[in-house]
Design a protein. Structure first.
Length: 301
């Protein structure tokens, strides 16, 4: 008999609360106020938007921080394909401002508005402590980024940051958000529910001291669920049961990580702009191990 009933899994699938959109809007407004009231960054060339599990509505109760991206839009970093020069695309202008200067300016503005005691600089973001009326916020300073693909100037636009330990990080949060909405609609709204269920089950395994792997992050789980084919969400259309879906989900990814299959090489991030398993700390062996332990934890046979 499975460890959890369909009804129990249904409870795990629900959003953390009915106020997530309000929390996100309040966090964004707080950061907008901090930036608009400061003269440190004299240009208005920035865009503020939510990213991460709150913005994508895949957060669970254990997700406390709201991620707010503050993207500099007056210049951009870029990458070119082989055999294409920057001169061919007219990319000849240099910019005196730098990403590190921008992050330093954002930090100063946040300290000015929230107070030094409430602002903590981290490797990839600037953390704002929460209080009785404000959720905790991770402010992520980024620049626009363009990945050019040909001599015609075709590109995909994302964001770029440099961590304080000199790592270059590129993401595509807007594509991630839009693709998640589309997939959720195409799967009878089961995609985001399944993300929340798997995140909750991971925490339950950890709380029970059954299995823990820090490499299996919230983002990785969301990425895996995104790669689960839409048709499989509809396997139980007439008599829908979450255990049926989750059994098939676990087997799908366990099998996809096998040496004979190697389907994992084709899995993509929800943005569909980057491969899920390339260029990250995640390994397909971690995924296979996670699926094996999840199957046994759920007492499937």
């Amino acid at each position: 008999m499975a460890r959890y009933t369909h009804e129990q899994l249904m409870c795990m699938s629900r959003p953390a609360s009915d106020t997530e959109e309000t929390k996100m809007e309040n966090a964004r407004n707080a950061i907008m106020n901090a930036l608009s009231q400061s003269e440190i960054l004299k240009s208005n060339a920035y865009e503020v938007f939510g990213q991460g599990s709150y913005a994508n509505n895949t957060n669970i109760r254990n997700n406390s921080d709201i991620d707010i991206n503050v993207c500099y839009t007056d210049a951009y970093y870029f990458d070119l394909p082989e055999n294409v020069t920057r001169q061919e695309l007219g990319l000849n202008n240099s910019v005196e401002y730098s990403y590190q200067s921008y992050k330093n300016d954002i930090e100063k503005m946040l300290i000015q508005y929230f107070g030094a005691a409430n602002v903590v600089r981290k490797n990839k973001c600037i953390h704002i402590n929460g209080n009785s009326y404000r959720a905790e916020i991770d402010v992520v300073p980024t620049w626009k980024y363009r990945r050019f693909s040909d001599k015609r100037g075709t590109y995909k636009e994302g964001v770029l940051l440099y961590s304080d330990d000199y790592q270059r990080v590129i993401n595509y949060p807007k594509q991630h958000l839009n693709n998640g909405i589309c997939k959720n609609n195409d799967t009878l709204r089961r995609y985001k529910r399944l993300v929340r269920i798997i995140k909750n089950l991971k925490i339950k395994m950890e709380d029970a001291n059954y299995y823990k792997n820090d490499s299996v992050t919230s983002f990785l789980i969301e990425g895996l669920v995104y790669n689960y084919p839409n048709a499989k969400y509809l396997l139980s259309y007439s008599s829908f049961d979450w255990n049926t879906i989750i059994r098939d989900f676990i087997y799908y990814f366990w099998n996809g990580c096998s040496a004979e299959n190697e389907a994992w090489k084709g899995w993509v991030e929800p943005s569909e702009c980057l491969y899920l398993m390339y260029g990250h700390k995640w390994k397909h062996s971690d995924v296979k191990e996670f699926m094996y332990n999840l199957w046994n934890f759920l007492q499937y046979n």
